[in-house]
Design a protein around this ligand. Structure first.
Ligand SMILES: O=C(CO)[C@H](O)[C@H](O)COP(=O)(O)O
Length: 225
């Protein structure tokens, strides 16, 4: 079985009746969404679900998962989401799919944050992926200069040769900072730049990582917060 499917489906087993659930974004979290849809259909689970992207909203609708707008949800029991890199402390880089702002808003109100990934995402040190930074379109070139002063090589994200636009109408600067030594202070420095909406460093947030492996096994790594 696909390691992403293994991880995503295993995470869906943590969902219990009457919970409030955050639905993540990406090719791994989609397996959790599908499985949650199956559990609603087969077990009659009553859930309140809210999604981290328009893409995940559409997927949830396809699997007949009832959705609640984030405006009505002040606390989430479990969110299941993917990562682009995750280290031994379960600090992460996210935003490869461009959903980082909604993902961080949802992570921020989540009591138990489960990350699902294949083993290629589990790294000793964050940074090789680069850090996606969502910025407002106004003066994005000036925001990019500030990121350069912090040590980044920023590239404006494109999709099919057009500037990539997030679900929130913003741009993404993919920032190569090299390998990162102090991710928490870098996150703060990036967030202090006017024009930055959010960056893809997710520090001290995840509670559990479920890794799917090529040999068909899974590993769960848990940390106390
Ligand atoms: O942060 C994300 C989207 O913004 C995704 O969770 C991340 O890119 C992982 O995606 P995938 O499971 O497809 O590798």
């Amino acid at each position: 079985m696909d390691p992403k499917q293994l991880a995503g489906e295993q995470a869906a087993a943590y969902v219990e009746n009457n919970m409030v659930i955050g639905l993540g974004t990406g090719s791994t979290a989609c397996w959790a969404i599908k499985k949650i849809g199956e559990r609603i259909a087969n077990e009659g689970l009553q859930l309140t679900c809210t999604a981290t992207s328009i893409q995940s909203e559409k997927l949830a609708e396809q699997f007949h998962i009832p959705l609640t707008d984030i405006a009505q949800v002040s606390s989430i029991d479990i969110t299941i989401d993917g990562a682009d890199e995750i280290d031994r402390q379960l600090d992460m880089i996210k935003g490869g799919g461009g959903a980082l702002l909604r993902e961080k808003i949802i992570a921020n109100i989540t009591k138990y944050y489960i990350i699902v990934a294949d083993e290629s995402k589990y790294v000793a040190q964050l940074g090789a992926f680069g850090i996606p930074v969502e910025v407002v379109p106004f003066g994005w070139q000036r925001t990019a200069e500030h990121l350069e002063k912090l040590g980044a090589k920023p590239t404006l994200r494109k999709k099919e040769q057009e500037t990539f636009i997030t679900d929130n109408g913003n741009y993404i600067l993919d920032c190569d900072f090299g390998l990162i030594n102090d991710a928490a202070s870098l996150e703060t420095s990036i967030h202090n730049i006017p024009g930055v909406v959010v960056c893809g460093l997710f520090i001290s947030r995840a509670h559990k990582l479920i890794l799917g492996k090529k040999d068909g096994s899974t590993e769960e790594i848990t940390t106390k917060r």
